[in-house]
Write a protein that binds this ligand. Structure first.
Ligand code: GDP
Ligand code: MG
Length: 316
């Protein structure tokens, strides 16, 4: 596959061109690779922005991180577990103004095109019922595509969230072998995620291969919990409309409880369950994610008359 010669550009790895071109065939650097030309005339009388709207790669992140360090949310689970569907549902609810309650207001997103790519199939269109998002390609990328949302709270402070949507294959390989060569993306998420959503796929846990799905979950849960080291982690049941045998359900809970004593638990589904609106589960989950605080530096108070943290340092 062609690669952009720019050191920080990972186009076309599903991420933005580092020069800001939304269409790669408009990018002079990209033209150079695809045509084999050595020099390219830069016909750039247009203003380019440092983001193109697509999912962001690792080197785009500095751009979001400049003002406030974002909260990275890793969605950890096997293939077809409903991970991308969660993102699509969150985005559609956001668009309807039904995702957050009063205290958090949507501020901005640098990856609207990336969100659209995830959610567009899930919309009703004339004569076409909604369907599920396309399969997340695995590819050879080292870091997952990141989707960004910024929220402003009532006090004016900004909170940036980055959702890492990774292909399930990465996690399956990582669960078996932490050092697996093609699990770099899973390791990246484990290293960077401030919040981990550990996915339990109810459809797989109720299907003919439920035993294998349970074993795979136990392995992945152990790995994810060992890596989360005190950072936030929640158990998220996807496809909540599917019934799972109580024994299997208990085994899944036990796999999580064996390491972490109080893990929050959420259930999401794109279908309403009884009288419960499908939006409710996603809203609860998102509310919890948004409530994440960065672990700040806890400066002890000085006993001196006028407290100035500066004097904690540089003495002695
Ligand atoms: N019954 C049911 N099926 C779902 C639900 N969400 C997703 N699915 C199914 O799971 C498949 C995989 O979903 P996807 O989000 O692509 O999984 P990912 O590979 O983990 O990102 C979809 O194509 C749907 O068939 C749900 O809420 N209920
Ligand atoms: Mg996916």
């Amino acid at each position: 596959m062609d690669r952009c010669p720019q050191p920080n550009c990972f186009a076309d790895d599903n991420t933005t061109c580092t020069l800001g071109h939304i269409r790669l065939d408009m990018c002079p650097e990209w033209k150079r690779v695809s045509k084999g030309e050595v020099t390219a005339s830069s016909d750039s009388d247009q203003m380019l922005l440092p983001w193109g709207g697509l999912a962001m790669g690792e080197s785009d992140l500095n751009f979001v991180s400049g003002k406030v360090k974002p909260i990275t949310v890793g969605i950890v689970g096997p293939e077809s577990a409903g991970k991308t569907t969660i993102l699509g549902a969150l985005y559609l609810l956001l668009g309807r103004g039904a995702l957050t309650t009063g205290a958090n207001f949507f501020s901005n997103s640098y990856t609207l095109a990336g969100w659209e790519a995830v959610a567009t199939c899930m919309r009703w269109k004339p004569g076409q019922p909604p369907s599920f998002p396309p399969h997340t390609p695995s590819g050879a990328a080292r870091a997952p595509g990141m989707l960004h949302l910024g929220f402003r709270r009532e006090d004016g402070s900004l909170r940036n969230l980055l959702f890492a949507d990774a292909p399930g294959e990465w996690f399956q390989k990582w669960a078996i072998n932490e050092q697996a060569l093609d699990a770099e993306g899973a390791r990246w998420i484990a290293r960077h995620a401030d919040v981990t959503l550990l996915i339990a796929d109810r459809q797989a846990l109720a299907g003919p291969k439920m035993g294998a799905a349970r074993n795979d979950f136990q392995l992945l849960a152990q790995r994810a919990m060992a890596e989360s080291r005190g950072r936030r982690l929640a158990l998220v049941w996807t496809k909540g409309d599917v019934d799972v045998a109580p024994t299997i359900e208990a085994q899944i809970r036990k796999a999580v409880a064996s390491v972490l004593s109080s893990t929050p638990e959420f259930t999401v589904s794109v279908y309403p369950r009884g009288t419960v609106d499908a939006a409710e589960g996603f809203r609860e989950l998102f509310g919890w994610v948004l409530g994440t605080k960065r672990v700040g530096v806890d400066l002890p108070m000085t006993k001196a008359f006028r407290h100035d943290p500066l004097f904690r340092f540089g003495r002695r």
